[in-house]
Design a protein around this ligand. Structure first.
Ligand code: PMP
Length: 331
């Protein structure tokens, strides 16, 4: 029977789970590590899921109409996903991107016919950052002010849009449950907007409340600062514990996680480099952080014989201009 898809929208999700057999063996791990490879999405990241979900939700509610421009504030992957969905569905797209992310992320948005704007070129956002620091909600409000005079624009707003955690509840969580036949003990994911951890975590807990949900945040010393001007950061992730209330991602359900781990960029990079060599997967920095965390859990005697699922958000190909795969880089 012929099987032909008619839109990339049909290719989003249903990503595979892979057991890191060689990595487990090399580290003598006591638990199994299954990784959910989100780079199998049509544009190589977990964000294809929310891009499609937010667009279709806005189409249904009438907020997004033919000929409109979709606008988003994004560190990259959501921009790529939205740019592709916009192209396939006939919308225009404009990404507002943090200055320091890798140049591939700008190039890919342009390849899909989208436009990019650096945050430092938006006076409202620059002012907000001076006054409120990296407060994401304030930054989103500043973007709303910046585009308020424009007609026919729709701001997707992954940080506050509930279609984000909802799609992980509807797809990511159920895929993990089905592919493991319900044999999952621990779920590990990064937190950027909080959508993945909250949506998939809540679904898994709805099936089995004993499943442990573990969030990951970058260590404080893995951020750029005056003392560490060249520090590379784990792109797309945010701290959510031991931070001021206003910095906690709006789409993070703080009741969903049982525990959280901290990972430094060097540890994330090292795990990603290793997994490429042991199991042949080329993944991004936050994926490395997820493997590092899963391995820490899998070393523990209390987790012997358990199954840990770690969600790997994107492809390593998006980081070739960084030091991710440079063995000599230790910031
Ligand atoms: N890793 C990468 C590379 C990302 O781009 C993001 C999202 N910004 C995340 C992890 C975190 O995902 P979420 O927004 O669902 O918390």
């Amino acid at each position: 029977m012929a099987k032909i898809y008619e839109s990339i929208a049909e290719l989003v999700g249903r990503t595979p789970l892979l057991e890191l057999k060689n990595y487990e063996e090399k580290h003598n791990l006591k638990a199994r590590i299954l990784v959910k490879l989100e780079y199998f999405n049509p544009n190589q990241s977990v964000k294809d899921r929310i891009a499609l979900a937010m667009v279709e939700d806005a189409e249904r509610s009438g907020k997004l109409k033919k000929g409109d421009t979709i606008v988003e504030l994004t560190s990259g992957n959501t921009g790529v996903g939205l740019a592709a969905i916009a192209a396939a569905k006939g919308y225009k797209f404009r990404a507002y991107i943090q200055d320091q992310v890798s140049k591939e992320r700008y190039q890919v948005v342009h390849a899909f016919g989208g436009e990019t704007v650096k945050l430092s070129d938006v006076p409202e956002i620059v002012k907000s950052m001076e006054e409120n620091g990296a407060d994401f909600v304030e930054c989103c409000k500043a973007l709303e002010r910046a585009i308020s005079g424009e007609k026919n624009v729709w701001f997707a707003d992954q940080t506050r849009n509930h279609a984000n955690p909802d799609i992980h509840f509807k797809t990511t969580g159920p895929e993990i449950w089905q592919d493991t036949d319900g044999n999952v003990d621990i779920f590990v994911a990064n937190v950027g907007t909080g959508g993945t951890l909250s949506g998939a975590g809540n679904y898994l807990k709805s099936k089995n409340p004993n499943i442990q949900v573990v969030g990951i945040q970058p260590t404080e010393d893995s951020f750029q600062s005056e003392e560490r001007p060249d520090q590379e950061e784990i792109t797309g992730v945010h701290p959510f514990e031991n931070v001021e209330e206003r910095y906690i991602p709006a789409n993070l359900d703080r009741k969903v996680y049982d525990d959280w781990y901290e990972v430094h960029t060097n540890q994330a990079y090292e795990a990603a480099r290793e997994a490429a060599k042991t199991d042949g997967i080329l993944i991004g920095a936050s994926s490395g952080a997820a493997i590092y965390t899963a391995a820490k859990l899998a070393e523990k005697q209390e987790n012997a014989g358990k199954t840990i699922v770690a969600l790997l958000p994107d492809t390593g190909l998006r980081y070739l201009s960084t030091h991710l795969f440079d063995e000599n880089y230790h910031a």
